[in-house]
Design a protein around this ligand. Structure first.
Ligand SMILES: *[C@@H]1O[C@H](CO)[C@@H](O)[C@H](O)[C@H]1NC(C)=O
Ligand SMILES: *[C@@H]1O[C@H](CO)[C@@H](O)[C@H](O)[C@H]1NC(C)=O
Length: 353
């Protein structure tokens, strides 16, 4: 560091000297510019001045060359310092061990939570979702759902892990988003389209395709998610069937956003089971869970989280909805696949961002 500083100062002094010499040249040239009768004395003076100019120019060239050499040396020193800094940042095995530590911490939190007994107290609905708190940290977690980035306020936006990661992925190999339950509110889809550029599929059994307002940015399906083979009314399909029919079984769904007023208890456990069995891949799930749909059945609520555990999904965000649910009647959860989380956090820990 020290030698580089000295080198930098030398370069500066030499450059100053070069500039001063050049300035002298300009001054001489300016003086020569005046038109005078060309007498012998005059001519002699002009020749002397020309010699002066030449000498000054030679000096300028010399000091510029010296400055060039100093600059080269300083650049080499800087390169060495940069290499030393990079070396102290840690090897890739160091950053893998940080990620391992985070994973074991997240595992420990999940394990501790699984040991907590769960009951629903009908007289204390505020406590229904207390057992499930975020257990993992996504370093690139943000509230998302407005085309103006970082301005996603109010009911509707969701917490998403790795927006920039997915924007990069969209360019490289594509990125896939499912939005279940639309009600013709497409603000989330618009944000995904403009900020991440993913392929989007929107599902709602109660809106005909031509009435859907987002046909230019999303592929709409007038399907509900639930159990296969419902015979009456609108078409319902399981998530696994939908993915098979759309040819997505070999791709990962990067964001699976679901808000369908209670259908989550029918849709999610089978989807989580398909993930556990390796039939489908989902990188993150944003889900609103509605207490009303539980009918005080503890098995149903525990079942959804237990299935998420088996699918290697971690809770990384929880938001109690106070807009229409008093803060406890419905809660937004965000789950992220363990491997995907490690990749996103790895961008930070391993200096890849
Ligand atoms: C149920 O639906 C699935 C997927 O659409 C189909 O493959 C299967 O044959 C159906 N089963 C019955 C009994 O209709
Ligand atoms: C709770 O839900 C589970 C799963 O759907 C069901 O098997 C069970 O019978 C329900 N229990 C009660 C008390 O309704």
């Amino acid at each position: 560091m020290k030698s580089m500083h000295v080198g930098g100062a030398n370069v500066f002094v030499l450059l100053l000297m070069g500039a001063a010499n050049l300035f002298a040249v300009f001054q001489l040239l300016a003086r020569q510019g005046g038109v005078e009768p060309r007498t012998a004395a005059n001519a002699l003076e002009t020749d002397t001045r020309t010699l002066d100019v030449k000498k000054t120019l030679d000096d300028a060239v010399k000091s510029t060359e010296a400055a060039g050499a100093e600059l080269k040396a300083a650049t080499a020193a800087l390169k060495q310092v940069k290499e030393e800094v990079a070396a102290t940042r840690g090897s890739s095995s160091d950053c893998e061990s940080v990620l391992d530590k985070l994973d074991s911490q997240f595992d420990a939190r999940r394990k501790a939570r699984q040991e907590i007994p769960f009951t629903i107290n009908p007289d204390y609905p505020q406590g229904t979702f207390d057992k499930w708190e975020p257990e993992a940290v996504c370093f690139a977690d943000e509230r998302f759902g407005n085309t103006a980035r970082y301005k996603a306020l109010g009911d509707g936006p969701k917490f998403v892990c790795g927006v920039d990661f997915l924007a990069k992925k969209a360019k490289k190999e594509g990125c896939l988003v499912y939005s279940i339950g639309s009600n013709n509110d497409i603000s989330f889809e618009q944000a995904v389209h403009s900020i991440m550029g993913c392929e989007i599929h929107t599902f709602d059994p109660y809106i005909p395709k031509e009435k859907f307002v987002g046909n230019d940015i999303a592929v709409f399906h007038q399907w509900g998610l639930g159990e296969d083979n419902s015979t009456q009314g609108p078409t319902f399909k399981s998530a696994a069937t939908v993915m098979k029919e759309l040819g997505h079984t070999n791709s990962a769904i990067d964001i699976f956003k679901i808000d369908c007023e209670g259908c989550e208890f029918a849709v999610m456990p089978p989807l989580f089971e398909s993930i556990s069995k390796g039939i489908v891949k989902v990188n993150q799930v944003q889900i609103e869970i509605h207490r009303d749909a539980l009918k005080e059945n503890t098995t149903v609520l525990e079942g959804i989280f237990a299935a998420a555990d088996r699918a290697n999904l971690r809770i990384f965000h929880k938001e109690r909805n106070q807009w229409g649910c008093m803060g406890y009647m419905c809660v937004e959860y965000a789950f992220v696949n363990e491997k995907f989380l490690r990749e996103v956090n790895g961008e930070y820990v391993c200096h890849r961002v």
